[in-house]
Design a protein around this ligand. Structure first.
Ligand code: ADP
Ligand code: MG
Ligand code: ZN
Length: 640
């Protein structure tokens, strides 16, 4: 995703009013400093000199005094410049004494004199300078600091953002020109696109819908496993709709201050209402939309408040204004029921893992950005990547390009992409790992055991590649099976033969070396998981039949199975799983026994070559005597 530019209009809004603040503050500060300095009379040439009362009287008598102001607390007077010309205009002051003759004396000397009221000496100017200006100064300072703390309107501009955009929505707003993604950038996912196209059309031409009286959904929830393009789709919607697009992550609402989340939701909807028509996209909405628990414990007060605010806002806005709320999550099952009810997120758009066609299309979209050699066959890569998400595929293309650079090629070849697939599935090769020849032999037998048993079973995908080069994910080698066509259903026979194939590694070790190693740990785990699912979820055991004994807690985030049967049944389930795997193991062992000659022949060949292709393997193995091998594919598997 291109790094978004900040919305230019928001930017100006923040900066223009800010600059005058700075100027006003500087001006006020300067005035105050000048005022403080002059209070000390340091700049003033007009010093007031205090003299004794007797001196004052003698000055009056000698005729130096020109004018006198008398107050209760002070007598100020000016002298004529004749005597002190260098101090012309200077004022003197003295403290009054109880002297009833003073008036007469002044009168006689012909001095102008009079009383001054105390209040009128406090001039309006001095009030302003001494009181109003400092108040204004401090007031503005506080105002400015608060403004700095709050940050600018978009919640992240403005340099200072001490509390992370406290109180503001925290949503990034993209203008039309800033969103570069289009529906063409999203490969596959046609059903999701169809539904979203309708929403885009509504935003672009609302009249069409209003004429009929049709209301469009207020919101749509994109659900699916991680990396399938939910965020990408929302961006494409924004790009196609030509309206402003608010992007906010659910976690952005959750803050350390109680009430912040709710305030942000409120702000978000206010901002959206100003910009309508527009799209508001809340990514990873499960961060705030989690089910409210009925325990009454207020440990989650903040989150619940935020959710309540979101619910209220979604009810409150008028859909005809053209605000569409999109949410994305990969855990829809933990969302609050209230959030999912019609009137809020009334559309649920599933963005699932791509099928083979979808994978090829995604690979094609991303391959456009790199230089590819003419031998590149993206369909083959798509076939080898069952279960990969869009993000995985984008990663494979990029890793392929990196591989090509490493090999010094100018264009990405098919072998680079194949290496990238392995890299993503199994990690990179660990050439530095030292393995003793004896261990290497065991690994070779183990892998050939998998491959041989897979090839000798009816319901098994053809072997694509076998290698005994260790990988960074811990595998000492692996056998890759690639199906020919995409399967949406797996039969009981498919699964059973898969388990047999998984147990074949250990079976080969046992058969050839009369020992067993830790190398089978991953096989055992996979086989057990498969067997458990067959018994508890797929209803594929004769003992229990079609009874659900497990429930999946997370639909899109992998297996979080939870037993929903009694402990007694649970014990029986474990027994049944044991039986299934033990039978599979025996079957694998018997297949290996029937092909003992081929097993050692192939293992030696693999030991020598380290990596062999499926064709090489099948050539040496040859057809089975009585049965012909129909390669019925099973899901892609990478067994150790
Ligand atoms: P999520 O569903 O987790 O939000 P994203 O939308 O972030 O997944 O997808 C991650 C990346 O995977 C995208 O940036 C894109 O490169 C790639 N991708 C995923 N799905 C697709 C798709 N259908 N078409 C093209 N690229 C895709
Ligand atoms: Mg996402
Ligand atoms: Zn194995």
């Amino acid at each position: 995703m291109k790094k978004p530019e900040k919305d230019p209009t928001n930017r100006k809004k923040f900066h223009l009013p800010t600059n005058p603040w700075v100027y006003i503050l500087i001006l006020l500060g300067a005035v105050m400093i000048v005022n403080m300095l002059s209070m000390g009379n340091m700049l003033s040439g007009n010093r007031t000199e205090y003299v004794e009362y007797s001196k004052f009287l003698s000055m009056v008598d000698s005729g130096q005094v020109q004018a006198v102001e008398i107050t209760d607390t002070l007598i100020r007077f000016t002298v004529s410049s004749g005597m002190f010309p260098w101090r012309s205009g200077n004022t003197y002051a003295t403290y009054p004494v109880d002297d009833p003759n003073l008036v007469q004396r002044l009168y006689k000397a012909g001095v102008e004199f009079g009383g001054v009221s105390q209040e009128s000496r406090v001039s309006i100017l001095s009030v302003i300078v001494n009181l109003v200006l400092p108040l204004a100064f401090y007031g503005l300072m506080i105002f400015w600091i608060v403004k700095m703390i709050r940050g600018s309107k978009d919640g992240k501009g403005g340099g200072f953002n001490l509390l992370g955009g406290f109180g503001k929505s925290g949503a990034k707003m993209y203008n039309v020109s800033e969103v570069t993604k289009r529906f063409a950038d999203v490969a596959g996912q046609d059903e999701a696109k169809d539904q979203l196209i309708e929403m885009v059309d509504f935003l672009n031409r609302p009249e069409k819908y209003k004429a009929i009286g049709a209301k469009l959904p207020k919101g749509a929830l994109l659900v699916g496993p991680p990396g399938t393009g939910k965020t990408l789709l929302a961006q494409a919607v924004a790009g196609e709709a030509k309206v402003p697009f608010f992007f906010v992550s659910g976690s952005a609402f959750v803050e350390m201050f109680v009430g912040t989340g709710a305030a942000r939701v409120r702000d978000l909807f206010k901002e959206a209402a100003e910009k309508a028509p527009c799209i508001v996209f809340i990514d990873e909405i499960d961060a705030i939309g989690k089910k409210r628990d009925g325990t009454g414990l207020n440990a989650n007060d903040e989150r619940e408040q935020t959710l309540n605010q979101l619910l209220a806002e979604m009810d409150g806005f008028d859909p005809s204004k053209g605000i569409i709320i999109l949410g994305a999550t990969n855990r829809p099952e933990i969302l609050d029921k209230a959030l999912l009810r019609p009137g809020r997120f009334d559309r649920r758009i599933t963005v699932d893992l791509p099928d083979m066609k979808g994978r090829e299309a995604i690979l094609r979209v991303h391959a456009k950005n790199i230089a590819t050699a003419p031998d590149v066959d993206l369909a083959a890569i798509a076939r080898a990547t069952v279960g990969a998400s869009g993000a995985d595929l984008a990663n494979i293309i990029n890793e392929g390009a990196l591989c090509a650079v490493r090999a010094g090629r100018t264009a990405t070849a098919q072998c680079d992409l194949e290496a990238a697939v392995e890299l993503v599935i199994a990690g990179s090769e660990r050439k530095s790992m030292v393995i003793s020849p004896e261990e290497k032999r065991i690994v070779a037998y183990h892998e050939i055991g998998h491959a041989l048993v897979a090839a000798r079973q009816k319901h098994s995908a053809p072997v694509h590649k076998i290698t005994i080069i260790p990988r960074t994910n811990g595998a000492l080698g692996y056998t890759m099976q690639v199906e020919e066509t995409e399967r949406v259903l797996m039969s009981r026979e498919d699964l059973e033969s898969k388990i047999v194939t998984l147990t074949a590694g250990r079976a080969a070790e046992e058969f050839a070396f009369k020992t067993c190693t830790t190398g089978a740990a991953n096989d055992i785990e996979q086989a057990t998981k498969l067997a458990r699912n067959m018994v508890t979820r797929f209803g594929m055991s004769d003992k229990f039949g079609m009874v659900a004994l497990d429930t999946q807690t997370s639909l899109y985030l992998g297996d979080g199975a939870q037993a929903i049967c009694s402990p007694e049944t649970s014990t029986l389930v474990d027994k049944e799983i044991q039986r299934l795997i033990a039978e599979s193991y025996d079957k694998a062992l018997s297949i290996l026994r029937d092909n003992a000659q081929k097993l050692s022949e192939l293992s030696s060949y693999l030991l020598e070559k380290e990596t062999i292709t499926g064709e090489e393997f099948m050539e040496i193995l040859g057809p089975e005597q009585n049965e012909k091998v129909t390669p019925l594919p099973v899901g892609n598997e990478s067994a150790e």
